[in-house]
Design a protein around this ligand. Structure first.
Ligand code: AMP
Length: 305
């Protein structure tokens, strides 16, 4: 099955208690498409970068089967830049710099060859751009999933609400769910947010796992307790890529299959945080993924005798 991802392809500069990086490759769509590449063959990307973006990284995406026909390169533009600093606990971070650069006026063109894509992942980017992508699909995809962040709630709430009304699945973290709904209880927050459009909601809680809500159903997936977390950047996007990649691969959007998908998403996130940037995601094997998923199964399974 086919997947279309739109989102940032970026330069990131990160500070964690373990060290500091200069500009490395990041961006929501980078992590999503790399994670999804282990599940889907038709992995279509729509994004924009500047002339400063290295061809070698585009090659890495292509080697992972990512279709870059929809990756616009603005020769005299600068690539989106984000810089963040993690706190001691690695669960919270401060954004130090966000330079939208070429993303500010990005006009997402959907190549004709992407028009039949059944699964769409709207990675974190300007909400108006996410909405344009939906409007430019000639046929309604089978499933549209959206990720966003507090920045857009602060500066583009109306645009965000307009696109939320059009999507099937929303993924956000607990802090963002509370901000969007004005409710502290995540259960109450979920009811309010699902009333805004998405029938399914995933609330990510970092090292404390993720909650899946749909109608009156709730499912909880743990995060794998790791000995070392080097860099949480991209964990949410890798989670999203694994989740929607698995749904697309199995072409089953039932709640039961979403439970499995959330475990695959959590597994991809657990790999992502083991190294800086996307380094770990580019070198995975199917055997490693299957073994990691088994660890999740064991972590959460118990018997009541
Ligand atoms: P995550 O850690 O999964 O929440 O995502 C981290 C990625 O999001 C980084 O690689 C950043 O380049 C990207 N990012 C951060 N802020 C924004 C933003 N405002 N718009 C789009 N992408 C962003």
């Amino acid at each position: 099955m086919s997947l279309l991802t739109v989102g940032s392809v970026a330069f990131d500069a990160l500070e964690t208690p373990f060290g500091k990086t200069d500009k490395i490759i990041g961006g929501a769509a980078t992590y999503i498409t790399l994670a999804a590449s282990y599940f889907v063959k038709e992995n279509n990307l729509v994004a924009v970068v500047g002339g400063d973006f290295p061809q070698s990284m585009i090659d890495v995406l292509e080697e992972h089967g990512v279709n870059t026909e929809g990756l616009e390169i603005v020769p005299d533009g600068k690539t989106f830049f984000w810089s963040g600093r993690y706190h001691e606990d690695m669960n919270t971070r401060d954004t130090l710099i966000t330079e939208l650069n070429v993303m500010e006026h990005f006009d997402p063109i959907i190549p004709d060859s992407y028009q039949t894509t059944k699964y769409v992942m709207l990675g974190n980017t300007v909400p108006a751009t996410q909405k344009l992508v939906i409007e430019r699909m000639n046929n309604r995809p089978k499933l549209i999933m959206l990720d966003t962040m507090n920045l857009w709630m602060n500066i583009a709430l109306d645009d965000l609400k307009a696109v939320l009304a059009l999507v099937d699945v929303l993924t956000i973290n607990d802090e963002e769910a509370r901000q969007l709904s004005g409710e502290y209880s995540l259960r109450k927050a979920a009811i309010k947010i699902m009333g805004m459009g998405p029938k399914t909601l995933i609330i990510k809680k970092g090292e404390h796992g993720a909650l899946l809500f749909q109608d009156e159903h709730i499912f909880f997936a743990p995060a794998l307790p790791l000995e070392e977390v080097f860099d949480p950047t991209g964990a949410g996007d890798s989670f999203a890529g694994g989740f929607i990649g698995y749904l697309a691969k199995t072409d089953d959007i039932s709640f039961e299959n979403m439970k499995r998908a959330i475990i695959y998403g959590s597994a991809m996130a657990s790999f992502c945080v083991e190294k800086f940037g996307s380094e770990r995601l580019v070198n995975l094997t199917q055997e490693e993924i299957a073994a990691r998923v088994q660890q999740f199964v064991q972590l959460a399974s118990f018997d009541i005798a």
